[in-house]
Design a binder for this molecule. Sequence first.
Ligand code: RVK
Ligand code: MG
Ligand code: MG
Length: 348
Amino acid sequence: MSKLSIRRMDLSLIKKKFRGCMLGALSGDCLGSPYEGDHPLSAGEKIILQKSFDKLEGVYYKAPVMQYTDDSAMTKCLAESLIEKKNLDLVDVVKKFVKSYYREPNRGYGQSVITVFQKLRANKFTDILKPASEQFNGQGSLGNGGAMRIAPIALFSCHDYDEMIKMTRDETSLTHTHTIAIQQSLELDPEDELDTSEYIDNLIDKMDEIEVEDEDLNIDKSELMPYKHQLTCVKKFMENQNKPTSETVINKLGNDVTAVGSVATAIYCFLRAKYPIDDIHTDNPMRRAIQYAITLGGDTDTIASMAGAIAGAFYGDDKMSQELLRHCEASAEFDKLAVDLFDITIKE
Ligand code: RVK
Ligand code: MG
Ligand code: MG
């Protein structure tokens, strides 16, 4: 699996990857949101999902347009701000989030993040960090709202890993780290076969540096370095000849609205989708990643969106089903955002 420096990669390939990433994020959200719930899909529900995807992919099937949710609304704001400001301008980003929320409050936002928007509007953006820091009695939110919208940052800073980590920390917090997976997908040549063990080993190494190691051996390692722990589970799952059941995946990696209970799950969906999966009938590994994420139930829009972004950054938009995309709200807009991000990041 050859790792290419973004700088030396063919420009048309980078552009495909930018588009794949943004469109993967959008379509995972649109296609996943109707299935939000807490349990993995039953055998019957998986058949319904398969039929529904097949129908949406059918050339003559025009309706319906699937609406995007908060995941894409916030991704869109972040991308627009980066394009407009050609930099990460936190005040502008936050203003765009709040404006977008008040314009369309029914996009399925997290219960608690709404308080942050209300406080930001009340303080007229004089202190943009305070409202978030006050969440959950000062604990801060553990939700995956940072991770779900981070794709534009991964694209914008794709040529500089340290800068990407810094921007991700600034824009979200340390817990929202799946940008690394997007960046890693971007650097790989989709013409080469995806080496899933090399991919996950690299992620574990990077996570090792990011998560601070604690010396106290009495504390459960999984709590100290939760992401490294989760990624190590992903590695075991991938190495195992007998692939884990949905229940095991959910049990070990999670399928909920917390970042730690969803980010590694999305990475696993991308890697797992390289191979055929029971009850999912498609030759397209990108569709398979999104469809598999949905079968796990729980936070389906967000996990499918993150898996879609990571898969799209690897495969590029060639593997993005145009038929499925036609059913996703704002797909032309997201395509333009991807191209604009490419223009300011790579061409300029
Ligand atoms: C609805 C206890 C906590 C917590 C903490 C729980 C949308 C709360 C998107 C909270 C994504 C929820 C998702 C979401 C994105 C977080 N202690 N519970 N310290 N921190 N929670 O409101 O943007 O779907 O139950 O900050 O991160 O599609 O309501 O929003 O799936 O996580 O929401 O956290 O959520 P928020 P977010
Ligand atoms: Mg959502
Ligand atoms: Mg969600």
